[in-house]
Ligand binder design. Structure first.
Ligand code: SAM
Length: 285
């Protein structure tokens, strides 16, 4: 399946282009999961299969629909955009639920594999793909979709790219539609992890060695989280474009929003969210 891919040289894109390079060859779908699956669901092993990988995605889709109180959303009538689809771990599940799905990713080889995954486990007739070549803008018109979803993706973008993508998510979602976006925020261990991440991303820029390093799991796991965003930061930029704003977060974390926002923004502590994560669930005004 070798193809010529335009590959971004920005350091925070390197782990994806390295995994994308592995996916951009003649490996079987199961082999791609064994080689690169850990970048999506953190599981490694010689026994992994695409089927089991997609099951983890389907389980998470069901889990987050419950946890984020999305049961009443009419998925079956909707077009859903997934920012950071990877090789389709959750995308298949979305195509089985929605009228149409747009899978968007910074890596075009992932999108090719995503199409194959959906062809086997989802509804390929409902899928289209969108290459986010610059990592920050979406080549879609205003009001194109009913729901924009993104999971464990915005944390991997440079802060300004992540903010840009939130703006893009709001722009392309119709008025009255939903944005359901997952972020990573500060935890205590970040005192060590953030500087280490910056150092590792610098190493990735070294000629030859850098690209090799970006393929190794330990280095990837240290360097790939390129930002931490607090709810306040995101709300400051976009609150005026949103209504019914809910911030879902771990009960183990206090996630305050400014007093002025107490009326319009609900914080929703839950036991089942990682303390370093939070979700923005909101209606586009
Ligand atoms: C950890 S994976 C998660 C994939 C998928 N959401 C899942 O849970 O299996 C992050 C994905 O985001 C993509 N990604 C990273 N930066 C991106 C950006 N700026 N724009 C679009 N996709 C991006 C990566 O290529 C990768 O497929």
């Amino acid at each position: 399946m070798k193809s010529r891919r335009a590959i971004s040289l920005r350091a925070h894109h390197l782990p994806w282009s390295s995994a994308g390079n592995l996916a951009d060859n003649d490996l079987t779908a199961d082999d791609v999961v064994r080689e690169t699956g850990w970048v999506f669901n953190n599981q490694t092993g010689d026994e992994l299969t695409l089927e089991a990988f997609v099951e983890t995605g389907d389980k998470e889709v069901r889990r987050y629909i419950r946890l984020l109180q999305l049961e009443s959303f009419r998925f079956e009538d909707s077009t859903l955009l997934e920012i950071g689809s990877g090789i389709g771990r959750m995308t298949s599940s979305f195509t089985n639920r929605c009228n149409a799905v747009i899978a968007a990713d910074v890596d075009s080889a992932f999108l090719e594999r995503c199409r194959q995954t959906v062809a086997r486990f989802g509804r390929i007739d409902r899928l289209s793909t969108l290459h986010v070549a610059n990592g920050k803008t979406l080549g879609l018109g205003n009001d194109s979709v009913d729901l924009t979803f993104s999971y464990i993706t915005l944390q991997h973008c440079q802060p300004q790219d992540a903010i840009n993508l939130v703006g893009e998510a709001i722009r392309v979602t119709r008025s009255g539609g939903l944005v359901v976006l997952n972020f990573r925020t500060w935890v205590r261990s970040d005192i060590a992890l953030v500087p280490l991440g910056i150092a590792v991303r610098r190493l990735w820029k070294l000629p030859v060695l850098g690209r090799r390093l970006a393929r190794w799991r330990w280095s990837t796991r240290l360097g790939w989280q390129a930002n931490r965003l607090k709810p306040e930061t995101v709300l400051q930029n976009f609150e005026s474009q949103l209504s019914n704003v809910k911030i879902f977060h771990s009960v183990k974390r206090k996630m305050s929003v400014a007093k002025a926002r107490n009326e319009s923004v609900k914080t929703m502590p839950t036991k089942r969210i990682n303390p370093s994560h939070w979700w923005l669930v909101a209606q586009v005004s």
